[in-house]
Design a protein. Structure first.
Length: 163
């Protein structure tokens, strides 16, 4: 995994070996990494994290060992501790973003590429377009949208499940 925060096209690159791919695809040297374009806001947050998490191997190291990354279970446990158990999961943020970005009018194919989803059927075999220019715009638009929500009086809080 690699973060490029200072280049012309800031991004996060996930190598095939850690992606949800078939074993043959993970081991194939022809398999490209998945590129996640970074918004201005994401770069600022990642820069703020450097002094907190250090320059170790993982941006979010595990609580028990810095030689392992934080698990998705840790994210879900944190959401549960703040009252969202059974309401929201870490993976649910992907669902939310995909739905809202579709509602904002973005190209569904580019949105699916952003999530590292493959097209079904023959088109998924032949279409290798990454659509990075549009995905850069999508990620910046999403970050701007979230900033707008944060500064708006129109934010509707999630209903928390009460025990």
């Amino acid at each position: 995994m690699q973060f490029d925060l200072d280049g012309e096209q800031p991004s996060y690159s996930l190598p095939p070996i850690i992606r949800k791919l078939r074993k043959a695809e993970k081991e194939n040297p022809q398999t490209l990494p998945h590129i996640v374009p970074l918004s201005t806001q994401a770069r600022a947050i990642l820069r703020e994290l450097r002094p907190v998490t250090g320059r170790g191997r993982f941006l979010f190291p595990g609580a028990r060992s810095v030689s392992r990354n934080m698990s998705d279970g840790a994210v879900n446990a944190a959401l549960a501790r703040i009252g969202y158990k059974g309401i929201l999961t870490g993976h649910g943020f992907r669902h939310m973003a995909r739905t809202m970005l579709g509602e904002l009018g973005w190209n569904p194919e580019a949105l699916e590429r952003q999530l590292s989803h493959k097209e079904p059927g023959v088109s998924g075999v032949y279409n290798k377009a990454q659509q990075l220019p549009e995905r850069r715009k999508i990620m910046q638009d999403w970050a701007d949208y979230l900033d707008g929500l944060r500064s708006s009086d129109e934010v509707v809080p999630f209903k928390r499940k009460t025990n």
